[in-house]
Write a protein that binds this ligand. Structure first.
Ligand code: ZN
Ligand code: ZN
Ligand code: ZN
Ligand code: ZN
Length: 263
């Protein structure tokens, strides 16, 4: 088989001892029964249908070779599992997923843990209809459980704010929270834009000497806005150029800030 420039480039990316196994090749497959799903099949004189598959360079894969005796579906005589069987399985899985999603949107139920929320518990109720289930009201989350809060936060960042960029946040902050070792004070990289929505009280926020690389080492790490004077463990990271928070500010944050500064 002639090598194209592309094949050569791909093969040169492999170690010399493996280069041969990365060669492109042609696979000839013979049709047994059932639908013909790939390639441009050719019918030979004896009625056999074959197809030639070109496998590009570097695409090593192991092929599943069908045994002389293989199982056949009772409904359609195609090799088992037949396409219809596979489609039914996919539909079943999709129905299960939808049912679980609907359950999680039931009124008075926390979408994260799917336990009922009692009137005495602190909850987050998102006011906009859910983008996940058509016609369903916004989901509810426990506000006082860390695991449920984390899910509410990812719902807000991943689903709600993209759909409603002007919405005021209910379960997230554009900044990262630090806990100063020297003073015990909490400080957020969003400063004036901090929503205070960093989850249930308790052991929240990173220690002010913790470097959390956001985009690899070269991407830098966020720092608290001020230095508490703590000198152990690599010292407080504050009072230096902040390299930004974990997610970009939204229009809603800007509106919040403007209405705040007018007060
Ligand atoms: Zn079948
Ligand atoms: Zn919950
Ligand atoms: Zn500090
Ligand atoms: Zn904050």
């Amino acid at each position: 088989m002639d090598l194209s420039d592309e094949d050569r480039t791909t093969m040169n990316g492999w170690k010399p001892e493996y280069r041969d196994s990365a060669r492109p090749y042609t696979l000839v497959i013979r049709h047994e029964r059932g639908p013909i799903l790939i390639g441009q099949p050719q019918r030979l004189h004896d009625g056999t249908i074959t197809a030639h598959l070109g496998i590009p360079a570097g695409r090593r894969r192991s092929w599943h070779i069908v045994d002389e005796r293989y199982a056949v579906c009772a409904c359609c005589n195609h090799p088992h599992p037949c396409q219809e069987y596979a489609m039914e399985r996919v539909a079943d899985a999709e129905a299960d997923r939808l049912a679980r999603l609907l359950d999680s949107h039931a009124p008075g139920v926390c979408m994260a843990c799917r336990e009922p929320v009692t009137t005495r518990q602190k909850v987050i109720v998102f006011p906009e209809p859910s983008p996940l289930v058509p016609g369903a009201p916004g989901p509810t989350f426990h506000a006082n459980r860390w695991a449920c809060w984390a899910d509410a936060r990812s719902y807000e960042l991943g689903k709600r704010l993209p759909a409603h960029p002007n919405a005021a946040r209910l379960a997230s902050c554009p900044g990262l929270l630090f806990r100063h070792e020297g003073s015990g004070r909490e400080e957020c990289t969003a400063e004036r834009l901090c929503t205070g929505l960093h989850g249930p009280n308790g052991n929240r926020g990173m220690s002010c000497f913790t470097r959390t690389y956001m985009f690899g080492v070269n991407g830098g790490y966020p720092r608290p806005p001020s230095d508490c004077g703590y000198r152990q463990h690599g010292a407080c990271l504050g009072a230096d150029v902040s390299l930004g928070g974990p997610d970009p500010f939204t229009v809603g944050d800007e509106i919040d800030r403007n209405s705040w500064s007018r007060r």
